[in-house]
Design a protein around this ligand. Structure first.
Ligand code: 5GP
Length: 208
């Protein structure tokens, strides 16, 4: 019998520009894991090289609003002029299969989810300094100056919300940050409150 049957919902969050996406990709490159990435839905147009169904499901605003009405999202948020959301059914399906499901989402959606899902793990990624964040957004070069400025302003407010998370991980170096997240996931998985129920059941079966 597996001690943990239901998978763990892992929420990687933090301001735009902290490198959440890169850290998440490095996390999935670590061998021997049982992680599944939850592909989000967005109304933002694809950037060069982004693939529908891999990076995001790209949909129209009408389609997105319809899905909100139909309660199809686990969480959603409007972020700098576009909508982003986590499709509910896929996440539930994977958790039931015992997979660790990883979300990479912005702060507002993460905090909405925190109120709704009590047994998820919330990880806040921070840059080694404010300048690093600004540099990263500029270097990405995919957005207009006003959008970058809006994202930096939003990030400044979001840093104040770090205390609402379970863990803070500094993205000083991508692979280090990914290793720290993996360590958190493994430790969370072994937590007594997550395993004790099945452990006691296992003992009963042996004795019975
Ligand atoms: P980007 O446009 O740079 O891909 O994403 C903008 C922000 O939206 C990032 O902080 C990203 O993590 C976040 N994001 C991506 N998918 C979701 C989602 O499903 N829900 C929420 N709340 N935020 C998301």
């Amino acid at each position: 019998m597996k001690l943990n049957q239901r998978g763990l919902l892992v929420v990687i969050s933090g301001p735009s520009g902290v490198g959440k996406g890169t850290v998440r990709k490095a996390l999935f490159d670590i061998p021997n894991h049982d992680l599944v990435y939850s592909v989000s839905m967005t109304t933002r147009p694809p950037r060069d090289g982004e693939v529908d169904g891999v990076d995001y499901y790209f949909v129209s605003k009408e389609e997105f609003l319809k899905r909100i009405e139909e309660d199809k999202f686990l969480e959603w948020a409007e972020f700098v002029g576009n909508y982003y959301g986590t499709p509910k059914d896929k996440v539930e399906e994977q958790l039931e299969l015992g997979k660790e499901v990883v979300l990479e989402i912005e702060v507002e959606g993460a905090l909405k989810l925190r109120k709704k899902v009590k047994d998820a793990v919330f990880i806040f990624i921070v840059p080694p300094g404010r300048q690093a964040l600004y540099d990263r957004l500029l270097k990405r070069g995919t957005e207009a100056k006003e959008i970058i400025e809006a994202r930096v302003k939003k990030a400044d407010n979001e840093f104040l919300l770090a205390h609402k998370y379970d863990y803070i991980v500094v993205n000083d170096e991508v692979n280090n940050a990914a290793d720290r997240i993996m360590a958190i996931i493994r430790a969370e998985h072994a937590k007594t409150e997550r395993t004790i129920h099945n452990y006691l059941k296992m003992l009963e079966e042996k004795n019975g």
